[in-house]
Design a binder for this molecule. Structure first.
Ligand code: FE
Length: 161
């Protein structure tokens, strides 16, 4: 009986310890979120940025500042400055919007299902401020086979130093 009790205590202790470790390791991946009210976003973004970033808008194809942009550097979120895409993964998809075959880091871009306009698409948002960036499609080049199709308005560019 005593053995059983000791064993139960050990199991409880191990479970508690494991729970704690799990919580701590999860903490490492929690990004400092940028949270603003609609009113605050309206004051810090241009009307065009607000429409695309906060109201899931789309800029006209072939008009964006970064569609044909070829400089080396990092594309960051226009809403919060979060590093999103490297110029090393940028390619010309012919779609009319800047395209990348990968995100800089999987933790920086979130995806969610988007069924608006009668289409089934996967929306991409900035993981730090939840701003709408564009969509990701499975018709990209190797090695990922993905096409992150991003609005230029949702991006700012930081040249490589
Ligand atoms: Fe952001």
């Amino acid at each position: 009986m005593r053995k059983l009790l000791t064993l139960s205590l050990v199991i409880v202790a191990v479970t508690l310890f494991a729970g704690q470790t799990k919580q701590e390791s999860q903490k490492e991946f929690v990004m400092d979120k940028v949270e603003k009210s609609d009113q605050e976003w309206e004051t810090c973004l241009t009307p065009e940025e607000y429409q695309i970033l906060r109201e899931n808008g789309t800029e006209l194809a072939f008009t964006g500042e970064y569609y044909k942009h070829k400089e080396k550097g990092t594309y960051v979120c226009a809403g919060c400055g979060n590093d999103l895409f490297s110029s090393d993964t940028k390619y010309d998809s012919g779609s009319g919007w800047p395209a990348f075959f990968d995100a800089l880091d999987k933790t920086k871009v979130n995806t969610k299902s988007d069924i608006s306009y009668g289409m089934v698409r996967t929306e991409i948002t900035c993981a730090k401020c939840d701003s709408h960036l564009g969509h990701v499609f499975k018709d990209g080049p190797k090695p990922t086979g993905l096409r992150y199709c991003v609005n230029s308005v949702a991006l700012d560019f930081s040249p490589k130093k």
